[in-house]
Ligand binder design. Structure first.
Ligand code: ZN
Length: 54
C-alpha cells in the first residue's frame, strides 16, 4: 500500500492533511487516519489516536 500520510500526496487534501484531532485536541497535526467509534461514526484522527478505542 502506498504511503497515504506522507509526502506530496498530502498537498492535495483539504488543508494539506492538517487539522485538529477530535480525540486528543492536538492542533495543526495531521489527521489522516480513520477510527470508527462505538456508534459507527468515522472520525479522522491523528496517528496517536488511530489505535485508541473510541
Ligand atoms: Zn489525536
Amino acid at each position: 500500500m502506498a504511503k497515504t500520510t506522507r509526502g506530496k500526496g498530502l498537498w492535495n487534501t483539504p488543508s494539506r492533511g492538517r487539522g485538529t484531532c477530535p480525540v486528543c485536541q492536538s492542533t495543526r497535526i495531521k489527521c489522516l487516519h480513520t477510527n470508527v467509534t462505538e456508534v459507527g461514526a468515522q472520525l479522522k484522527v491523528c496517528k496517536k489516536c488511530r489505535n485508541k478505542d473510541l
